[in-house]
Design a protein around this ligand. Structure first.
Ligand code: 5GP
Ligand code: ZN
Length: 135
């Protein structure tokens, strides 16, 4: 199902042209217009889901195989030496387009980008408290 006024629905379904690097029945993978690095690709499901929480399980199960294809392409054709998969959910986490997408970001020596987070140093008790909530 498409959602009116969703730009990624329009792109994924070909209503708005895009630089498509891969397409199948369920997904379109396109070059990001504001790439972090050369070849930064977005994998878009053709059916609308705002984020990971809304993404149906069967579609979720198909995303990583597509990411593997795109990753192989980026390595083979652009010679990247590393790769980040990034997937933002919610404004707080940096999501700006509310249609699920997986970023595939090839990494190169001296590409000017960083590792995503700064590690913190909780003690064991804090980690155990989190674990108790999650189990
Ligand atoms: P988010 O911040 O939501 O995880 O990522 C949105 C991404 O979509 C950004 O990296 C941004 O550059 C990209 N983007 C936004 N609008 C368009 C568009 O119309 N076409 C393409 N190809 N990329 C877009
Ligand atoms: Zn959409």
């Amino acid at each position: 199902m498409k959602q009116d006024n969703c730009i990624f629905c329009k792109i994924a379904n070909g209503e708005i042209p895009s630089r498509t690097v891969y397409e199948d029945e369920d997904f379109r993978a396109i070059l990001d217009l504001g790439p972090a690095t050369k070849g930064h690709t977005l994998i878009l499901p053709k059916d609308h889901a705002a984020d990971l929480y809304e993404l149906p399980e069967d579609v979720a199960a198909k995303v990583l195989p597509v990411a593997k294809k795109v990753a192989a392409l980026l390595k083979e054709k652009l010679g990247c030496q590393g790769l980040n998969l990034v997937q933002n959910n919610g404004e707080l986490a940096g999501q700006t387009v509310m249609h699920f997408h997986l970023h595939v970001i090839p990494r190169y020596e001296n590409d000017g980008q960083k590792i995503l987070w700064n590690p913190t140093q909780p003690d064991g008790a804090e980690l155990d408290e989190v674990l108790a909530k999650l189990r």
